[in-house]
Design a protein around this ligand. Structure first.
Ligand code: NDP
Ligand code: DGY
Length: 305
């Protein structure tokens, strides 16, 4: 049904394709390989027209895709689960440690002369040993984070999700709890869920007000899971001790954003999966998903709509 060879029109830059170029370029195409920074909505699907059979995204997150509309049109979706789990979990742990042990602040003190001598309480933070860690979304990445944190001496793991997952939780003896209990009891909260209508804005004023004043909040999922204004207030008022964010709203965060002046917030530019090997594997998988979709074959990783 589909040809064995295909012609490719490529946006040949690391910078995102301008919207106008995307709308013009997609017209009449059978397949589309996109990034998480490309919003594939009704406008793009209309511009593509009825030829479009497959969308392959270079990401495991699919929140930038208008899934209902895509499903309605019978378009298949390829994505990149599993191969980025280790890199993203590793980065989540790095961000957690950098945040709770105040690494960026400490490095800055060395450079700006704030390091005058060894002082008993100077630059103290909070450690993982004996702690309770709450994971919001015990999926592939959530489990990989828990697996890496366990050897640090974590005493208890809690998790939330749409339903208990005893087969995933057993390795960590993690307890499935309501979100409010997770907020109340965790010393570290790590957000690793997908962004859906249910999780959008889930970490809000109520949530932060339930957290302990000595707790640390980490988000490596999507910025929109957090109500950022509420997080800002929680950090400024001392409602929580610190936050580490690999994802924000918007991305990039403007350089004059008030978050960037907070000493108790570590912000990274969405680099969870950014190792050479992982990005290379993601590229190969997304190309293979696209080709399989074009040929009408089963994809190596198809997102079930
Ligand atoms: P999975 O699908 O394996 O895990 C997603 C988890 O989200 C599931 O465990 C699911 O739990 C949970 N979830 C869904 N709804 C809720 C809810 N209402 N409350 C709590 N949890 C919920 O995906 P991955 O682990 O592979 O990836 C997760 C996300 O991480 C991606 O969607 C992406 O947004 C983000 N990501 C970020 C990266 C970065 O660079 N920072 C890199 C890679 C991914 P349940 O099954 O119970 O619904
Ligand atoms: C994803 O895959 O969803 C990440 O955000 C980038 O790797």
């Amino acid at each position: 049904m589909y040809p064995c060879s295909c012609s490719i029109q490529q946006w040949d830059s690391d910078e995102p394709i301008p919207r106008s170029e995307l709308l013009a370029g997609v017209a009449g195409k059978h397949g589309l390989l996109c990034l998480l920074s490309d919003r594939i909505d009704k406008e793009v699907l209309d511009a593509a027209g009825s030829n479009l059979k497959v969308i392959s995204t270079l990401s495991v997150g699919v929140d930038h895709l208008a899934l209902e509309e895509i499903k309605k049109r019978g378009i298949r979706v390829g994505y990149t689960p599993d191969i980025l789990t280790d890199a993203t979990a590793e980065l989540s742990v790095a961000l957690l440690l950098a945040t709770c042990r105040r690494l960026p602040e400490a490095v800055e003190e060395v450079k700006n002369g704030g390091w005058t001598t060894w002082k008993p309480l100077w630059m103290c933070g909070y450690g993982l040993s004996g702690s309770t860690v709450g994971i919001i979304g015990l999926g592939r990445i959530g489990q990989a984070v828990a697996r890496r944190l366990k050897p640090f001496g974590v005493k208890k793991f809690l998790y939330t999700g749409s339903h208990p997952k005893p087969e995933s939780a057993v390795e960590f003896q993690a307890d499935f709890v309501p979100l409010a209990k997770l907020a109340e009891e965790s010393d570290f909260v790590v957000v690793t869920c997908s962004l859906t209508p249910d999780t959008k804005g889930m970490c809000n004023k109520d949530f932060f007000s339930q957290m302990k004043k000595t707790s640390v909040f980490i988000n490596t999922s999507r910025g929109a899971v957090v109500n950022q204004e509420d997080l800002y207030q929680a950090l400024v008022s001392g409602q929580i001790v610190a936050a580490g964010l690999d994802v924000t709203t918007p991305e990039p965060l403007p350089t004059d954003n008030p978050f960037l002046s907070l000493k108790n917030c570590v912000i990274l530019p969405h680099i969870g999966s950014a190792t050479y090997a992982t990005r290379s594997a993601m590229s190969v998988l997304s190309a293979n998903n696209l080709l399989a979709g074009l040929k009408g074959e089963s994809m190596p990783s198809e997102f079930q709509l």
